[in-house]
Design a protein around this ligand. Structure first.
Ligand code: NAD
Length: 241
C-alpha cells in the first residue's frame, strides 16, 4: 500500500531510524533519509544498501530543514509521510544540568519536530499524508536524570494532539508513539543493574527491538490506520506508566 509513497525519516542513521527506513524500503516506498553531517559516510552506504536517497540536515536548524525539504521535493516531486525520529539525550539531574544541556535537547528533540513538520506540512497536506513523531514513555512518566528529555518528549505529545485538530479537515493524520526501552545506542550504555531492573518490571521481560518500533510506524503510515489521529500509542512491553 505504501509503494511509491515518499517517506522522510529524520535521524535515519540511528537504531530505530534505520529499522524504519528498511521497513518502508522493503514495501517499495521511496525513502528519504535524514541525519547530521558526521554520520554522512554511514548514511550514504546505508541509503545505497536500501535504495534510498540521503539528505543531510540538522533538524534543530530551520534553514537546513527548509533546504532539505526543497531538495526532497526536487528529487521526488512529493512527500507523503514524515517520521520525526531524530533525538538525543543529555542526562543529568536538574541540580547539575547546564542551560546548554537543557537547550540542546529541547532544540533537537522538540524544536526539530516543529521545524520538520512546519516545513513539510504543505507537501503532506497536498497528499493527505501522515505525520508520525517518536515521543517516549519518559515523556509520560518522567525518568530520573531526564528533565530535559522528558519535557521535550511530553512536548511532542501536546504538539501532536494540537496539530491533529488543525489538519484533520485536510485528511492528514498526526500521531505519536511512545516507546519504552528499545535496544539501540541510546540505551546501550545504561548501567547493567538498571537494565536488569527495567526488564524485571517489564511484563514481556526484555527491551524492544527497533524492528518492532518500525512495524508500528509502518502501520500508522498505512491506510490500515486511516481513522487514527491525535493518538499516542505506547510500545513498551507493558512497562507500567
Ligand atoms: P539513536 O541515537 O540510535 O538515533 C538517533 C539518530 O538521530 C542518530 O542517528 C543521530 O545522529 C540523529 N540525530 C541527532 N541529532 C540530530 C539532528 N540535530 N538532526 C538530525 N538527526 C539527528 O537513537 P534511537 O534509539 O534510534 O532513537 C530514535 C528516536 O527514538 C529518538 O527520538 C529517541 O528519543 C526515541 N526513543 C528511543 C528509545 C530507546 O529506548 N532507544 C525509547 C523511546 C524513544
Amino acid at each position: 500500500m505504501l509503494k511509491d509513497k515518499v517517506v522522510l525519516i529524520t535521524g535515519a542513521s540511528g537504531g530505530i531510524g534505520k529499522a524504519i527506513a528498511k521497513k518502508f524500503a522493503e514495501a517499495q516506498a521511496k525513502v528519504a533519509l535524514n541525519d547530521i553531517a558526521p554520520t554522512e559516510e554511514a548514511l550514504k552506504s546505508f541509503s545505497q544498501e536500501i535504495g534510498g536517497k540521503y539528505f543531510l540536515a540538522d533538524v534543530s536548524k530551520f534553514e537546513e530543514v527548509e533546504k532539505m525539504v526543497e531538495n526532497i521535493q526536487k528529487e521526488f516531486g512529493r512527500l507523503d509521510v514524515l517520521v520525526n525520529n531524530a533525538g538525543i539525550t543529555q542526562d543529568r539531574t536538574l541540580a547539575k544540568m547546564t542551560k546548554e544541556e537543557w537547550q540542546k535537547v529541547i532544540d533537537i528533540d522538540l524544536t526539530g519536530v516543529f521545524n520538520c513538520t512546519k516545513v513539510a506540512l504543505p507537501l503532506i497536506i497536498a497528499n493527505q499524508g501522515k505525520i508520525i513523531s517518536i515521543s517516549s514513555l519518559v515523556g509520560q512518566r518522567g525518568n530520573f536524570g531526564q528533565t530535559n528529555y522528558a519535557a521535550a518528549k511530553a512536548g511532542i505529545i501536546g504538539f501532536t494532539k494540537a496539530l491533529s485538530k488543525e489538519v484533520g479537515r485536510f485528511g492528514v493524520t498526526v500521531n505519536a508513539i511512545a516507546p519504552g526501552f528499545i535496544e539501540t545506542r541510546l540505551t546501550e550504555n545504561l548501567p547493567p543493574e538498571l537494565k536488569e531492573t527495567i526488564k524485571k518490571f517489564t511484563p514481556l521481560g526484555r527491551f524492544g527491538k527497533p524492528e518492532e518500533v518500525a512495524s508500528l510506524i509502518f502501520f500508522l503510515a498505512s491506510e490500515e490506520a486511516s481513522f487514527i489521529t491525535g493518538a499516542v500509542i505506547n510500545i513498551d512491553g507493558g512497562l507500567p506508566l
